[in-house]
Design a protein around this ligand. Structure first.
Ligand SMILES: [Zn+2]
Ligand SMILES: [Zn+2]
Length: 169
């Protein structure tokens, strides 16, 4: 997702450009459509990209193990630093901030890496397909969201009940 910012780098500090995002980005091994609007603002050092993007990724429910589409909101706020001076073409020193983003020598600001990073952070540690996900029967493994299984509700093997406590902690 590349934006040419050469004009904006020549613009005065504080100048703003809105950029409409609607692109498929490879997140966590699958292509996800990312949509939203970003504000690009010229700062004294580079370009600040700020805005909320929305996407969905396929994840596995931690309770019933089925795949579902998990909506993510990405609150992007990243400053991009130019690799070269847009007027003179001279190389600029890279700021010594870990993980900072660079606008390349062709004045291309690439959002893909930031979007991937924000998306990976936004994916819940224990995703649930729904707050009321019924999970799997600890006895036979049946997905209880699809209805009850034939297991007797009483007299569950105590070893399984211990295991299920661990599974659903
Ligand atoms: Zn589930
Ligand atoms: Zn069962």
């Amino acid at each position: 997702m590349s934006i040419n910012v050469s004009q904006q780098l020549k613009a005065p500090i504080g100048s703003v450009r809105n950029y409409e995002v609607s692109e498929v980005v490879d997140i966590a091994g699958g292509g996800s459509l990312v949509q939203g609007e970003l504000r690009l603002m010229r700062t004294d050092r580079g370009i600040l990209a700020k805005g909320t993007l929305h996407t969905e990724v396929e994840v596995t429910c931690s309770r019933c193990l089925s795949l579902f589409s998990c909506p993510l909101a990405l609150n992007i706020e990243e400053e991009y630093f130019p690799a070269v001076d847009v007027v003179s073409g001279a190389w600029l020193p890279v700021p010594d901030e870990p993980g900072c983003f660079i606008i390349d020598e062709h004045h291309i600001l690439d959002l893909t890496e930031a979007i991937c990073q924000y998306a990976l952070l936004a994916i819940p540690m224990k995703p649930l397909c729904g707050e009321d996900c019924a999970g799997l029967c600890p006895n036979c493994g049946h997905n209880l969201n699809h209805g009850p299984c034939d297991c007797p509700s009483q007299g569950m093997d105590p070893r399984w009940s211990e295991l299920s406590k661990l599974l659903y902690m």
